[in-house]
Design a protein around this ligand. Structure first.
Ligand SMILES: Nc1nc2c(ncn2[C@@H]2O[C@H](COP(=O)(O)OP(=O)(O)O)[C@@H](O)[C@H]2O)c(=O)[nH]1
Ligand SMILES: [Mg+2]
Ligand SMILES: [Zn+2]
Length: 316
């Protein structure tokens, strides 16, 4: 007789996982031996949001993770610390909320597009919240409105909010309701402040810009899932410093800029990279204004980085 039970990973610290069972109890679990995995080299074979099969350990109140149930989707990035490894941010999510701000810290050019490269392979819906609206000058608001125009045209909703003034909280609640949402952003954008507004009981720490403890260790290395009731779940994830894509092929990048992919059926060449090729529908789109020059710039920049990397790997 098997004593396996199904559970949900709600928190991980590296070697220990908190697994929520069907009766709501949360059990500390470890992994023992090797899990059957795909070819990906990942720092964390099991991520928050994963459904797993666990076995109770005979002589303790802990469990052992025996199996990860197939994922519906996941969000993965290059590991910020371990070269050539990938890190799974979360699995089995309904949508992602990206929190950015125009000021303090100012929005890094290309950051939104890099983020969308993580969610696009599984068509995960993304809502972009521009926080700290209380600090925006008229110029910041103009810039926000032009970004909103760029992203809403290609299907990502944008909202201006302020955690400080409590503006937009109703919108956030509506977006989150009944779904499992990955919450991400660069450090300092006000992610914890916004989460505290919608879920005051969580009492997340504010102003922890560096995410480092006094000992130089990360306080928030891994994501954590919070149940807000009525099937609303959020996954809080550590602040993202930067996103690189050296593990992707150039064509993966092209395919995951969704409006480029859509336009590419009109390119002369099947594997058009939309760079120097003649009769390129994407370049034509940039010319005639149907494709954002900003997105195109950021696309070229990412391609250039991975080309450099591959050059480096071939020649060193
Ligand atoms: N003016 C203003 N400051 C904010 C707002 N939201 C957060 N902050 C401040 O930004 C800093 C970082 O906030 P925090 O929630 O810790 O950001 P996180 O790193 O994304 O979790 C703190 O000093 C907050 O008080 C906002 O809407 N307006
Ligand atoms: Mg925070
Ligand atoms: Zn093309």
């Amino acid at each position: 007789m098997s004593n396996l039970q199904q559970g949900l990973i709600v928190r991980s610290t590296g070697s220990w996982y908190e697994v929520e069972l069907s009766d709501g109890t949360v059990l500390p679990c470890r992994m023992k031996g090797k899990l059957r995995l795909n070819d990906l080299k990942v720092t964390n074979p099991v991520a928050v949001g994963d459904n797993v099969m666990i076995e109770l350990e005979a002589d303790s109140n802990n469990g052992i993770i025996k199996e990860v149930i197939d994922r519906r989707n996941y969000v993965i990035r290059q590991s910020p610390r371990k070269k050539h490894y990938l890190h799974i941010l979360a699995a089995n999510i309904d949508q992602a909320v990206l929190i950015v701000t125009m000021v303090t810290p100012s929005l890094k050019q290309g950051f939104i597009d890099r983020f969308l490269l993580m969610t696009e392979p599984y068509n995960i819906p993304v809502h972009i919240f521009f926080n700290k609206g209380d600090l925006y000058t008229n110029k910041d608001i103009d810039n926000y409105l032009s970004l909103k125009d760029v992203y809403e045209k290609i299907g990502y909703h944008c909202y201006m909010v302020s955690a400080l003034e409590g503006k937009g909280i109703q919108t956030i609640n509506e977006v989150l309701r009944g779904k499992t949402t990955l919450m991400s952003g660069q450090s300092g954008v006000g992610k914890s402040s916004l989460i505290n507004l919608i879920a005051p009981d969580l009492e997340l720490r504010i102003g922890d810009i560096s995410d480092y403890t006094g000992k130089g260790q990360h306080t928030t290395t891994f994501a954590e899932m919070f149940d807000l009731g009525e099937s609303t779940k959020i996954i809080d994830s550590p602040g993202i410093k930067s996103l690189s894509y050296n593990y992707l092929e150039p064509l993966d990048i092209a395919h995951n800029f969704r409006e480029f992919f859509e336009a590419s059926s009109g390119c002369k060449y099947d594997n058009c990279m939309h760079k120097k090729e003649p009769k390129c529908a994407v370049k034509d789109g940039v010319e005639d204004g149907s494709i954002s020059p900003l997105r195109y710039q950021n696309y070229l920049q990412i391609l250039e980085e991975i080309d450099d990397q591959n050059y480096w790997e071939r020649n060193v």
